[in-house]
Write a protein that binds this ligand. Structure first.
Ligand code: F6P
Length: 543
């Protein structure tokens, strides 16, 4: 059934006209308990969704929509290992990556949990040897720098998590190379010594062009300095494609596997997180996985009205599909989470940026949101102007923490910088929601001519996620919360959230065009006139 055929869909569409006539000021005035009632807790995360354009009736209709679109049956099908990635005919079992050693998850008569822990143990032994210096490079010195080479899910997850857990990094220096732009690899290697550098080549398929180009260039850099025999001690791989890894020259004992039931953008808890484990150690990596598990169990068991990923998934459908919001801003008030918006871009947009349902029929309603954002308070001095007074509806997710690891006292000598940061986060969501009327502006003594410029319209929705502290566990919880939110969206829309066919034609087209830009190439009549013109301009500028 298409979402637009649901009884709740028609009801929500009708309801949207009346609820949006009510301001958030009105809704808060009508229900003094709203600010604590419209909240949900999961693990260490406190989620406040009271500043949304909703009331109890909206939530009841969204719950009905979830039931009519079989969100819970689809969740259970995923958890049972059914092949819910229909277009690739694969199960979707990233939750298996977080199972405890004593749990089971059976897939086609095989318990996959021992496989998962087998790889985690191998990762632990390997990263221990890097961290304690017993893994030696070609000239006998220990490794001081790990360079992760990967792209998309093979880069964004480990890069985001490594930055987020800065305070927990006590192993080798870890760097990330992803772009096929040679500047990325060159700038990363510029100050490195090949003898103390180890490359982790991360690619599920081991055939992604950017990753293989960077891996081969890194291999040449190493071999030029240390000789061919050095490759074995300075390259390891994370992949599901053992044959192609062997062709590259990486020994099978240095390959950390995962499975086709782990999608790239859901893979940071698998061996794809190897460089993170090198940085923080196996015990903290286990805490990271335990954080995911807390939210997995909540998603699996919490009732609909208290299920955080379900609530957040339904709210994002409400905005994207019913109220016509095209985008959602991700605003972490934690500098160490600066890469979270980029990570969530792939998670949400590659999963749900689709127009057809799993059976190939059109979804028929607007789907995937444009995810973007920036760490607070930097965004306040850049784009919050549009959020506050622009003409577009852009719901925002504020993410902050009660405690900071280290802190400084601020300008007043009494408040800490972390407290100021958090005050800014609370202030932004408050001003977005409640604004400032013209009468209030004029009452402040503002010239009436200037007043329209200073009016703050309010009624700009946001969610606030407040956690205790940015730790491996709370980060795992946060990622799992978003993973399951994305699942709920896709389930309501009826789309396959686990394929990414939309990226393939661009890759093939680049391969086809590359010879035109290489020696002996040039524009051809077979090209469209724009591409022909661009190729001609490229050659004019080259010569
Ligand atoms: O091009 C998209 C994509 O397939 C992503 O889904 C994936 O995370 C990325 O490329 C990298 O793929 P791989 O790990 O196979 O190199």
């Amino acid at each position: 059934m298409s979402v637009s055929d649901a009884t709740a869909w028609a009801a929500l569409t009708e309801h949207s006209a009346t609820i949006t006539e009510r301001s958030l000021r009105d809704l808060f005035a009508a229900d003094p308990a709203r600010g604590t009632a419209m909240t949900v807790s999961v693990g260490d995360l406190y989620v406040d969704y009271s500043k949304h354009r909703i009331n109890g009736a909206t939530m009841r209709l969204l719950h009905l929509l979830a039931r009519e679109t079989h969100v819970f049956e689809k969740r259970d099908a995923m958890l049972r290992g059914e092949r819910i990635n229909v277009s690739e005919d694969r199960p979707v079992l990233h939750i298996a990556l977080r199972k405890r050693r004593d749990e089971s998850l059976w897939l086609d008569g095989h318990d996959v949990v021992p496989d998962v822990h087998g790889v985690l143990d191998a990762m632990g032994e390997f990263t221990d040897s890097l961290r304690d210096g017993s893994w030696r490079g070609a000239d006998g010195r220990p490794i001081t720098t790990v360079v992760n080479i990967g792209i998309g899910g093979s880069d964004l997850g480990p890069a985001m998590v490594h930055a987020a857990l800065r305070e927990y990094c006590d192993g080798p220096d870890v760097r990330f190379v992803s772009n096929v732009d040679p500047a990325d690899l060159l700038s990363t290697l510029a100050d490195l010594d090949p003898a103390t550098t180890l490359f982790v080549v991360v690619s599920k398929t081991f055939s992604t062009f950017e990753t293989m180009a960077n891996a081969h260039a890194a291999r040449r850099w190493l071999v030029d300095a240390l000789g061919e025999d050095a490759v074995a001690g300075h390259f390891v791989a994370v992949s599901t494609n053992a044959a192609l890894v062997a062709d590259f020259g990486i020994e099978s004992s240095n390959v950390f596997g995962f499975w086709d039931w782990v999608g790239g953008r859901y893979s940071v808890g698998s061996a794809v997180g190897l460089s993170v484990m090198a940085a923080i150690g196996r015990h903290r990596f286990a805490e990271f996985l335990a954080g995911f598990r807390t939210v997995d169990e909540h998603f699996q068991t919490a009732p609909i009205h208290a299920n955080a990923p379900v609530i957040l998934g339904l709210l994002s459908v409400w905005y994207a599909s019913v109220l016509g919001a095209d985008a959602r801003a991700i605003l972490p008030y934690a500098n160490d989470l600066a890469r979270l918006p980029a990570y969530l871009q792939q998670l949400a947009m590659e999963s749900n940026g689709k127009s057809v349902r799993g059976d190939g029929t059109p979804v028929g309603v607007p789907t995937g949101e444009v995810i973007w954002g920036e760490a607070g308070t930097n965004g306040q001095h850049a784009f919050h102007q549009l959020l506050h007074q622009g003409t577009r509806l852009v719901p925002a997710d504020f993410i902050g923490f009660a405690r900071a690891g280290e802190d400084f006292i601020s300008l007043d000598g009494a408040t800490s910088m972390h407290e100021v940061l958090t005050a800014n986060m609370f202030a932004q969501s408050r001003v977005l929601a409640f604004g400032k009327t013209k009468a209030e502006v004029i009452a402040d003594g503002v010239d009436p001519v200037l007043a329209p410029h200073k009016v703050m319209p309010g009624d700009r929705p946001s969610t606030t996620i407040l956690a205790s502290e940015l730790t491996p566990s709370t980060l795992g919880q946060l990622i799992a919360l978003y993973e399951h939110q994305v699942f709920v969206q896709g389930a309501v829309w009826g789309i396959d959230s686990f394929d990414q066919w939309g990226v393939e034609l661009g890759k093939a087209s680049a391969v086809e065009l590359a010879p035109a830009l290489a020696a002996g190439g040039g524009p051809s009549d077979a090209m469209d006139s724009s591409t022909r013109g661009l190729v001609a301009a490229f050659w004019r500028e080259r010569t």
